[in-house]
Write a protein that binds this ligand. Structure first.
Ligand code: HEC
Length: 200
């Protein structure tokens, strides 16, 4: 209940601010408080010079999230970049891999060392949130909420949200990312992204 109350306050403050001036575009730097999604986490691994066969195995395997999570733990000796990930990051990456791997054969780069990974890899949950959840209210409304997956899917099917052009698979992936990474305490949100009335 506490979270709903906070959300209502942030939404109300954001909407009233909208009439005065449009929401200023957020810079990438202001948004760094929102945790990296799987695309970024995988890019970091791909550019850490891992053994080519290990990298290829990440791009071409088919596993559930739990299977990927165990797989990543088991391969952290061979891929040292995995060792610096927190448990939450490993789960976020495992979740992403379960949605997007194996990559279609024609999307697996021929030369793994000279690839623009940011462009090659499919969007992650963070990308989906930034692309789809800032049009009507500030992103803070979304990322400060702690919800179950079912509750997130429910939020996304209310009348205000059902109209958003996202596929069911994208909604599922976004909900999964938010379960793991939303619920950010308001103190960690840059002040300019805390709508007045929701800061305390
Ligand atoms: C088309 C406009 C629009 C877009 C785009 C939009 N929202 Fe909203 N959102 C609203 C409106 C209107 C409200 C307040 C009324 C309500 O709660 O439905 C709201 C409120 C919320 C709330 C707080 C109220 C609640 O349900 O607890 C959350 C959380 C939320 N939105 C999540 C999202 C997410 C996640 C996305 C991206 C997938 C998103 N919104 C994109 C219109 C939008």
């Amino acid at each position: 209940m506490r979270f709903n109350f906070l959300a209502a306050a942030v939404v109300a403050a954001t909407f009233s601010a909208c009439f005065v001036q449009p929401l200023a575009a957020q810079t990438a730097e202001q948004l760094t408080f929102i945790p990296a999604g799987g695309r970024t986490l995988l890019t970091n691994i791909a550019t850490s010079k891992p053994p080519a066969d290990e990298l290829k195995a990440l791009l071409t395997g088919k596993r559930s999230r739990d299977e990927w999570s165990s797989y990543l733990t088991a391969h952290s000796q061979a891929v040292p970049a995995l060792q610096s990930q927190s448990d939450k990051q490993r789960l976020t990456l495992a979740d992403y891999l379960s949605f997007h791997m194996p990559l279609p054969a024609n999307q697996v780069p021929a030369n793994l060392t000279r690839t623009d990974w940011t462009r090659t890899l499919p969007k992650d949950g963070r990308d989906l949130a930034l692309d789809n959840c800032q049009g009507c209210h500030i992103i803070t409304v979304v990322v400060t909420q702690e919800r179950t997956k079912k509750a997130w899917l429910g939020t996304m099917s209310t009348p205000a949200h059902a109209v958003i052009k996202m596929t069911p698979a994208e909604r599922d992936e976004l909900a999964s990312y938010l379960v793991l990474n939303a619920g950010i305490p308001i103190e960690q949100v840059p002040e300019e992204l805390r709508a007045s009335g929701a800061t305390y």
